[in-house]
Design a protein around this ligand. Structure first.
Ligand SMILES: [Zn+2]
Length: 214
C-alpha cells in the first residue's frame, strides 16, 4: 500500500486537487481534520482538546493526533492521499516511523506551490454554500443572486476567509511547514505542482507526476 502526501500554504487549492486525485486515480483521501473530527465520536476523553482545536484553529497535540491517525491507518486497505499531516519536521519524522510500523510505503510528496498574492486573491473572492459544500469564486464563476447553482441556497464567506487570519496562517506555514520542501527533496520524494493560474494546468502537472498509478 502506498501513501502520497500533499501539502501547501493555505488557500493553494489543496482541497480541489485532492478531490481530483481521489476521483481520477481511485485512491482514498485521508485528511487530518476529518480524523480529528472523528476523534470526537471515538474518544470522548479528548473532547475538550478537539473542540478547542476546531473552534480556535489551534493545533492538537502531536500525541493525540498520531494516536487518532494510527487508529485510522490500521484499517486502511488501499493507496491514499494524506492531507494536512505532516505540518512540521517533527511530524514528518514521526509519520515515517508510523508508516514503517504499518508497512506502508511513502511513494511521493506533492507540494502545491502558489504565490501569496494569488492565494490572497482567492480568499477575497471565495464564496461557499454551507448547504451542499460547493465552492465559488466571485471573479471566475457565474453567480446569480448570490445563490448556489447546485442547490439554490444563499452563498456566504467562509469564517476563516479573512486576510488577517490568512496572514497569520501563512506565517505559520513559512516557519513550520515550508521546511518540509527541503526535507523531502533531500529524500528524493518531492514533486512540485504550480497552481498559480488555470486549475486545468495544475491537473496536467499532477497527471505527469502520478501517471504510472492509473
Ligand atoms: Zn449548494
Amino acid at each position: 500500500m502506498n501513501c502520497i502526501i500533499l501539502f501547501s500554504a493555505p488557500a493553494a487549492g489543496k482541497g480541489t486537487i485532492s478531490e481530483y486525485i481521489e476521483k481520477k486515480y481511485n485512491i482514498d483521501h485521508i485528511s487530518a481534520s476529518d480524523i480529528i473530527k472523528a476523534g470526537l465520536i471515538n474518544h470522548p476523553e479528548y473532547e475538550t482538546q478537539i473542540n478547542n482545536c476546531l473552534s480556535n484553529g489551534t493545533l492538537i497535540s502531536d500525541d493525540i493526533l498520531f494516536e487518532l491517525l494510527k487508529e485510522r491507518l490500521i484499517i486502511q486497505k488501499k493507496d491514499y492521499i494524506m492531507d494536512g499531516t505532516p505540518r512540521t519536521i517533527d511530524q514528518a519524522v514521526r509519520y515515517e516511523k508510523l508508516l514503517n510500523e504499518l508497512g506502508i510505503n511513502l511513494l511521493k510528496v506533492i507540494y502545491i506551490n502558489v504565490e501569496k498574492q494569488i492565494a490572497q486573491d482567492r480568499i477575497i473572492n471565495r464564496l461557499i454554500c454551507e448547504n451542499c459544500g460547493s465552492v465559488y469564486n466571485k471573479k471566475n464563476d457565474k453567480i446569480v443572486d448570490n445563490k448556489c447553482n447546485v442547490c439554490n441556497s444563499v452563498l456566504s464567506k467562509r469564517k476563516d476567509d479573512d486576510l488577517q487570519i490568512y496572514d497569520t496562517r501563512y506565517n505559520i506555514f513559512l516557519e513550520k511547514t515550508k521546511p518540509l520542501i527541503d526535507y523531502y527533496d533531500k529524500k528524493g520524494l518531492l514533486y512540485v505542482v504550480n497552481n498559480n493560474s488555470d486549475i486545468a494546468e495544475a491537473y496536467n502537472q499532477v497527471d505527469s507526476i502520478l501517471k504510472e498509478m492509473i
